[in-house]
Design a protein around this ligand. Sequence first.
Ligand SMILES: CC(C)(COP(=O)(O)OP(=O)(O)OC[C@H]1O[C@@H](n2cnc3c(N)ncnc32)[C@H](O)[C@@H]1OP(=O)(O)O)[C@@H](O)C(=O)NCCC(=O)NCCS
Length: 114
Amino acid sequence: MDYYAASEAGGRILGISVVKIDPILGFELLGLVVRSEHHRQGIGRKLVENAVGLAQQSGFSAIYTAVFADNKAMLRLLIGLDFIPVRMTHRVRADGADIMYLKKYFTLYRNVLK
Ligand SMILES: CC(C)(COP(=O)(O)OP(=O)(O)OC[C@H]1O[C@@H](n2cnc3c(N)ncnc32)[C@H](O)[C@@H]1OP(=O)(O)O)[C@@H](O)C(=O)NCCC(=O)NCCS
């Protein structure tokens, strides 16, 4: 696992992303968190864009991640960056919440389906 931090000039960390690289399973964005007082400043999007760039530079054809289905902020962030839902697992959290898997393909999805 690798960790990436977004920090302000003084070095204080504002957000962190965690990525996991597996030669078989692929490139996963495993976690993302931004300090609550710095939400909606574009930090989360930058951290996801950084992970996307790393996956592309490393030669992967896609990046994937899993998000609880009630995490509207993260889902909107990912959909806005052209991640698409690929599957869902039901009732994985203690309160019964579902989890969604999303993927961003670097090759044209239409071509993959042909
Ligand atoms: C999800 C999270 C990382 C987003 O980080 P952020 O830095 O606030 O997000 P950004 O400012 O980059 O927002 C990018 C886009 O995400 C969406 N978004 C972010 N927060 C949102 C919210 N509270 N409600 C709705 N959409 C939201 C919007 O589309 C936003 O674009 P816009 O500001 O142009 O409308 C942050 O809310 C967080 O740390 N949450 C707690 C941890 C978590 O849920 N992590 C993800 C699962 S591992």
